[in-house]
Design a protein around this ligand. Structure first.
Ligand code: FES
Length: 113
């Protein structure tokens, strides 16, 4: 399934002040859905860009303490054997990231619901 609309329609919804400055979008895969998110931003912020309400009102500390934002990922060209855990409030999105698993606290419109 490919769904580009999640990333493209979100831009007008998120307050630009929430995002760190960026020029380009990068393409990442989230549970098999390819989406475009703002480069140079932490992944949880990118999730918020994709799904403003679920992340804004989600149960997240945003500072590396609660682990509710945990994800598992590898890079394009690797497979799930290379999966490693990360806290999405701590790592930046990178072109070619393939996210294979999300903490149950991360709900994304158009992807998990
Ligand atoms: S949001 Fe709490 S650890 Fe990332």
């Amino acid at each position: 399934m490919t769904d580009q609309s999640a990333g493209q329609n979100a831009l007008q919804d998120i307050d630009a002040d929430l995002l760190d400055p960026y020029e380009n979008l990068v393409s990442i895969d989230v549970l098999g859905v390819e989406v475009n998110v703002p480069e140079k931003n932490r992944l949880l912020r990118c999730f918020q860009y994709l799904s403003l309400n679920t992340i804004s009102y989600g149960d997240f500390c945003w500072n590396g303490e609660c682990t509710n934002c945990q994800i598992w990922y590898h890079m394009k060209g690797q497979d799930e054997l290379n999966d490693r855990p990360a806290l999405s409030c701590r790592i930046e999105c990178v072109e070619g990231m393939v996210i294979t698993k999300l903490s149950r606290f991360i709900e994304l419109e158009g992807i998990t619901k």
